[in-house]
Design a protein around this ligand. Structure first.
Ligand code: ATP
Ligand code: MG
Length: 419
């Protein structure tokens, strides 16, 4: 038997409504903040991620689904959304749009060759936003406020927003030097990844999942002490504005994001709900000044976040929040014999064309089994079509919620069932 690839999942018909509700909510909130959808291809030139995400990241080193097409090009299934959005911004010259920042969202499957674990899939759906073209703490605050709005709109309570500033390039450079001085003498006590990170991107050592308990991690210099005045002022303003709008956050000086292009504001949203399991990160993001130029684009800056619907669902689960099942069909038609079976087919066709959701039993089962089927399909109303009904042109329309019946003309069904 051929099985589903490791790390992927089928979203079954009885569960897909949860995804639809979440996707609808995300779309509405995006509209609320005036973000518009940008759809990019499922695969991109491999070089986009190698350059845009960074050669020292797990994504590029270990997790990409890279293949060569028949024309000999190296392509990669999209592992994250920021680099493609930035590529599109540059390619479509969006810096010339009158409206800046350009505010977009995406909601698309991402592909990463991950080790299998709860909350870690090889194909997962990320919703993310990017605001490109303005550098102002106010935009950072908008992005954070939208992020919290999303999670709070589902009634989630066990949320913790951590923020930090990684500073600008100058601050970052000095900090990197300090980290090298700190780790270099004892780097052989660290994992092989960290041993190469010390040369490529020392900040990533702080983000290492294997060495997180090493004493040198705990005693490492913190970025905050290396921020120049400008970076400090930027961070201060972000924090003040968050307080102004009443958004709770905690500063975590050790928060550095896995991707190379972050500057200034970096953040993560965690769940501290019991039963969430080992993985508690719901969403991550930050400001990326420099990414556009790194990809040969204009001198513009951006900020964004990405969350996965899979982990949002886990958080809902952990807090016992259930999404409301959508309504069932408007009408279920039970049939008694071959003649009414055929008649039901015609009636269904009419009603559906007129926009009424309706169904019947195609297996020609007994009436009792049909009634059960109507229940399962959560039909709002049921009629039984038999010889009498066909002759008289009238049916008993039974309301399944209150059990009341009323006699109505078959031709009147549409008017009656319409909202
Ligand atoms: P992690 O530390 O969990 O590996 P990350 O730093 O790789 O996360 P990002 O690249 O910032 O994560 O992705 C943003 C969000 O996407 C994460 O906060 C998480 O909610 C979600 N996410 C990342 N990888 C996966 C995955 N393999 N399966 C499901 N969701 C994921
Ligand atoms: Mg990861």
């Amino acid at each position: 038997m051929i099985q589903i690839p490791r790390g992927t999942q089928d979203i079954l018909p009885q569960d897909s409504y949860k995804w639809q509700i979440i996707e609808e909510r995300l779309k509405n909130i995006a509209a609320n903040y005036n973000y518009h959808e940008l759809r990019t291809p499922v695969f991109e030139a491999t070089e986009l991620f190698v350059r845009g995400v960074g050669g020292s990241t797990d994504i590029v080193n270990k997790e990409m689904y890279t293949f060569e097409d028949k024309g000999g090009r190296s392509l990669t299934l999209r592992p994250e959304g920021t680099a493609p959005v930035v590529r599109s911004y540059i390619e479509n010259k969006m810096q010339h749009d009158v409206n800046q920042p350009v505010k977009v969202f995406y909601k698309e499957p991402m592909f990463r060759y991950e080790r299998k674990q709860k909350g870690r899939y090889r194909q997962f759906v990320q919703f993310g936003i990017e605001a490109i073209g303005v550098e102002d703490p106010m935009i950072d605050v908008e992005v954070l406020s939208m992020l919290m709005h999303i999670y709070q709109s589902f009634g989630l309570k066990n949320l913790k927003l951590y923020i930090n500033s990684i500073g600008d390039h100058e601050s970052r450079r000095e900090y990197n030097d300090a980290l090298v001085r700190h780790f270099k003498p004892r780097i052989d006590e660290f994992c092989s990844d960290c041993q190469s990170r010390i040369d490529t991107n020392p900040m990533r050592i702080l983000d290492c999942k294997k060495d997180r308990d090493h004493e040198l991690i705990k005693t490492a210099p913190v970025i905050h002490d290396f921020l120049n005045d400008e970076s400090k002022a930027y961070f201060r303003t972000v924090k003040e504005k968050l307080t102004d709008i009443g958004l709770d956050y905690e500063v975590d000086y050790n928060l550095v994001r896995g991707l190379d292009y972050y500057t200034h504001t970096a953040f993560e949203l965690m769940s501290d709900a019991e039963g969430f399991g080992a993985i508690t990160t719901l969403c991550g993001g930050g400001r990326y000044n420099g990414l556009l130029e790194l990809l040969d684009g204009p001198h513009e800056t951006g900020i964004g976040f990405a969350l996965s619907i899979e982990r949002l669902l886990m958080a809902l689960d952990a807090e016992g929040i259930e999404l409301e099942q959508p309504e069932g069909i408007k009408l279920y038609i039970c049939t008694m014999d071959d003649n009414s079976f055929d008649k039901a087919g015609t009636l269904l066709h009419q009603l559906r064309t007129e926009g009424i959701s309706a169904d019947m039993d195609y297996k020609r089962r007994k009436l009792k089994a049909q009634m059960k089927d109507a229940d399962r399909k959560r039909a709002e109303h049921v009629i039984v079509l038999g010889e009498d009904e066909i002759n008289s042109g009238e049916v008993e329309l039974k309301n399944m919620q209150d059990g009341e019946s009323s006699t109505i003309n078959i031709d009147e069904l549409k008017n009656y069932l319409e909202d």
